[in-house]
Design a protein around this ligand. Structure first.
Ligand code: CA
Length: 229
């Protein structure tokens, strides 16, 4: 773990909320940069290596989805949590599709948000093996990229990468959805274990030759999932 405190970049145009987030995050020991527009955020992120992004969706000059899409296309894999008043499933899925790791609907509990932030930052700072290699694929856990033989590299979200890592570290072991929520997401108040299923489905699309007939990420009926090399 580094001595320097982790930086969180908050992109939020509601000034009261941005202020409240800054105060709470600083109390937890993070360095905080707040931006009210995409333009300001692009500027703040030049050359910066924050531990986490907190992104509002509706901003004066675009959306948080736009910004994260730009960053992911530029191969920037900083973990991101969306903060938004939108709660429709379609928006939630769009958030994950552009590479977001989590999604918090306003008004949210500050304690819960801080727990999610702490879980992601803590995990991103642990010293662990940087990759896992198998005959037909390799996962780069530091850059969140899946390399498959003969295919373009596939970016993983932070949580997809951590979920895969957790299962790979326990080959053949059936792990329950609740265990995955506690150990990978790092808090136990997430509204639904379906989140785990959504992430596994997305991972299979990237990892498996035939996502409908998975050979590595297997469902264990009545329990959860297991990884088989
Ligand atoms: Ca807003």
């Amino acid at each position: 773990m580094s001595d320097e405190s982790a930086e969180v970049v908050v992109v939020e145009d509601e000034e009261d909320l941005a202020f409240l987030l800054r105060q709470n995050l600083e109390t937890q020991g993070y360095r905080v940069t707040t931006c009210g527009t995409l333009r300001a955020a692009r500027h703040a992120l030049e050359g910066a290596r924050p531990a986490l992004l907190l992104l509002d969706v509706n901003l004066p000059d675009g959306t948080g989805f736009d910004l994260l899409g730009e960053l992911r296309r530029a191969q920037v894999w900083t973990p991101a949590i969306f903060l938004t008043a939108r709660s429709a499933e379609a928006d939630r899925l769009l958030g994950f599709a552009v590479g977001g790791d989590d999604y918090v609907v306003k008004p949210f509990s500050m304690a819960e948000l801080l727990a999610r932030v702490a879980a992601i930052v803590r995990r991103s700072q642990l010293t662990r093996p940087p990759e896992a290699s198998f005959p037909t694929f390799r996962i780069d856990f530091e850059r969140y990229v899946l390399h498959r033989v003969g295919q373009e590299p596939a970016p993983l979200t932070y949580l997809e990468s951590e979920l895969l890592r957790y299962l790979i570290e326990r080959p053949g072991e059936a792990v329950s959805r609740n265990t995955l929520l506690n150990e990978v997401w790092g808090y136990d108040r997430f509204p639904t274990t379906r989140t785990v299923d959504t992430h596994v489905l997305n991972l299979r699309k990237k990892l498996e030759e035939d996502p409908k007939q998975p050979r590595h990420l297997l469902t264990v009926h009545g329990i959860g999932y297991k990884f088989v090399a």
